[in-house]
Design a protein around this ligand. Structure first.
Ligand code: SF4
Length: 217
């Protein structure tokens, strides 16, 4: 009977130690995030990415509760993944690249049908930026997908496992998709939307073209 209090005491001590470690790691993460923003340079990419991946939800919650811009967490993770996996992407063959756009980039007048396997089947109607871009890609035999959701990219890769992927999305979706691909070691490069929201978003299509056709040796 006397052992019960000491058992709970040990549990309490372990809990407090975990809380202290968590608080220290969160503090280190915030310092890293703000150093990266201030210096405009990614430092300790692998360690920073590991910390931000591990503490993603508590860190975002902390940023929100401190009234700070929580999108910087995603943006830094995206920047680090672009740095780490970008080289593999840019040295991949252009014909082996695929492009994945978000569903929200289309106009609300889009008449294209959606299939679970290939996503939105763009008709190249010209009512949004995707049509013209798809036409250019079709001429170069590069596949373009319009994803109905973040997990769609997994289905695409089952069908095209040896592809390199150029992803376009908002910070949360892009970070999530890049996390999925980087866990599989797939060459990838991510471009953030220039205008976010749930409908009729926008992206710098010249930048997308530039990154799609950029080749490094
Ligand atoms: S170009 Fe394609 S995606 Fe854009 S509105 Fe037309 S069919 Fe839809």
């Amino acid at each position: 009977m006397n052992e019960l209090p000491s058992f709970f005491t040990v549990l309490g001590v372990i809990f407090v130690i975990i809380l202290i470690i968590l608080a220290i790691l969160l503090l280190i993460s915030i310092i890293l995030v703000y150093t990266i923003i201030k210096k405009r340079k990614i430092i300790f990419p692998h360690a920073t990415l590991f910390l931000l991946d591990t503490l993603y939800y508590p860190l975002k919650r902390l940023f929100v509760s401190l009234n700070l811009d929580e999108t910087v967490v995603d943006k830094i993770q995206i920047g680090i993944r672009n740095k780490i996996l970008g080289d593999k992407y840019f040295t991949s063959k252009i014909k082996e690249r695929i492009v994945v756009f978000p569903y929200c980039l289309r106009t609300t007048e889009c008449k294209a049908k959606v299939s679970p396997e290939v996503g939105v089947k763009c008709l190249k109607c010209g009512k949004c930026k995707i049509g013209e871009f798809k036409e250019i890609c079709d001429q170069s035999s590069i596949k373009v997908f319009i994803a109905p959701g973040g997990s769609f990219v997994k289905r695409v890769l089952k069908r095209h496992p040896n592809s390199s992927v150029l992803l376009v999305a908002c910070h949360v979706e892009l970070n999530e998709m890049m996390k999925i691909l980087s866990a599989k070691g797939i060459p990838e490069y991510g471009i953030l939307l220039s205008k976010t929201g749930c409908i009729e978003t926008d992206v710098d299509m010249e930048l997308v073209k530039e990154k799609l056709f950029e080749a490094r040796t």
